[in-house]
Design a protein. Sequence first.
Length: 454
Amino acid sequence: MTQKKLFGTNGVRGVINENMTVDLALRLGKAIGTVLGPGKIVVGRDARMGGEMFSRALSSGLLSTGCSVVDIGLAPTPTLQFFVSTEQPAAGVVVTASHNPPEFNGIKVIGSNGIEVSRTTENEIEACLLSETFRVASWTNIGSVYHDDRAINMHLEGIKSHVAVDEIREQKLTVVIDSGNSVGALVTPILMRDLGCKVVSLNSQIDGSFPGRPPEPSPENVKDLRRAMQSLKADLGIAHDGDADRATFVDENGSVVSGDQSFAIIASRIICRKPGSTLVTPVSSGRLIEEVVQRCGGKIDWTTVGSVDVSHRLEELGAELGGEENGGVFFPPHQSVRDGAMTSALIIEIMAKERKPLSGLVKELPTYYTTKRKIEVPREKKGQILNNLLSLTENIDRITIDGLKLIKENGWILIRPSGTEPIYRCFSEAPTQEESDRYCTEGIDLIETAINQS
Ligand code: MG
């Protein structure tokens, strides 16, 4: 075990049987049981390869510390989180690598409130693992494994309690759901049928080789869904990422709605309901969400980038809504974490109540153009590159709360290292696509200069 940090932005992740090994899962189980036990620990997994192998190794580690394991099997991350927040065990653990490429898997630790544990707790788990100071239960106190199949139903009932079910049912909308061969297939199609929709499923067979499309529901990865929307004349297209905490929407014409836009459609309704409401979002979000919230007389609370930071801030402030530009929406009355199925229910509720097509809801939003690019960097130089970027831009108007946000005359450029992969991401925003693309190129050039200097 090298001394590098195990936990990234979203738990521990690595390539299956290379740096994400069964041995690491076992020791993580022992460390998690030592730090968060004793008591029951809920374990679940997405459809990825190695999911069963890792969850069994992890469970063995937990049992050896005297914790009991409640195994909910295959489930979206938000399903496990909802189950944990309802049942209040000592903790939860999900075997998932979310949207990462198929060869990745990982482990995410959930606190007893259903939210990913804090950085401090992650550091404690990591310190315990590295020092191997595991709690070892006596032979009479080894834990047991229980299987529980209630999580998905509880999650579905929870979501439905927050939307106008009858009004949605009346509209009899047609929904195409691309679950990307993962666990979203276990929840969202059932939810939409319960909401009276005609459901067409794409990539709904669970398969960790991801034969249908890569796990990230990006515009280029949802071409089949776009085609299906056009040929079926359906009302709403939904695509989830690997663990279904996020949803990408496609309108009735087959156009992909950006994460910023779907978040803004939901935010404009929820923040406007109560003047003075607070919305929590990372610095990577742009002017669209800022404008929508201002129009409603709401307040924005900016955070560092990472869903965990948004969740914890939502709880601290008791804020009304959270969201990210990647399509992650946090609806605290349900739970303060991203939830792809809840987000889908909120969108279809707006469509049904206002009797508008999704394209119509998008048209009402102010238009800004964004560009996203990424560049591979040597893993070991990630930190040095950021230092170089900071000294290269010392005299430019900028925000350094998380990564580097350069404020331009008509927009901005945000440069950040990925928390999980050896890449740097560059986002830009401007009033025209050309200008935004130009900003992004400027950002990529700057990263290249910083790489060459390291
Ligand atoms: Mg995810």
